[in-house]
Design a protein around this ligand. Structure first.
Ligand SMILES: [Zn+2]
Length: 131
């Protein structure tokens, strides 16, 4: 694992530290007192790329009137992504999986068509100017 997050202040840590360098909390990597976050537990889906159909699983970290601050990966706890409320949806694994599967299928189909078109281009002959 590349790193962990202090659950108190959301600072990015390495697992060899005994105290958080930011808030000085004693770090417990395991057990009942565990106070680090070592994996993303998504509780929402976000849409952040206009014009795309990409949905990303994320964790809500902070709420404000018009925005949510979310993390899509551990590193983002420290620098959350700001997403407007209307682009944050309830987490739904079925919808997420379906969309991802269809997106992959679409990519594969586009690649196949590109190859088919290319294979025809390869048979084009140079134009011969008759003297
Ligand atoms: Zn801390």
């Amino acid at each position: 694992m590349s790193g962990i997050i202090c659950a108190d202040c959301h600072t990015w840590l390495t697992s060899d530290l005994t105290n958080c360098p930011n808030c000085n909390t004693t770090i417990f990597l395991d057990g009942d007192n565990k106070n680090i976050i070592d994996r993303i537990q998504p509780n929402c889906l976000i849409y952040r790329y206009d014009g795309s159909d990409i949905l990303e699983p994320a964790v809500i970290i902070k709420k404000s009137k018009v925005n949510y601050r979310v993390a899509t990966k551990l590193q983002e706890y420290n620098a959350p992504v700001v997403v407007s409320k209307q682009n944050v949806y309830a987490f739904n694994q079925n919808i997420l999986s379906s969309i991802q599967a269809l997106r992959n299928e679409r990519t594969a189909t586009i690649m196949r068509y590109d190859q088919l078109i290319q294979s025809h281009w390869q048979h084009l002959e140079p134009y011969q100017d008759t003297p």
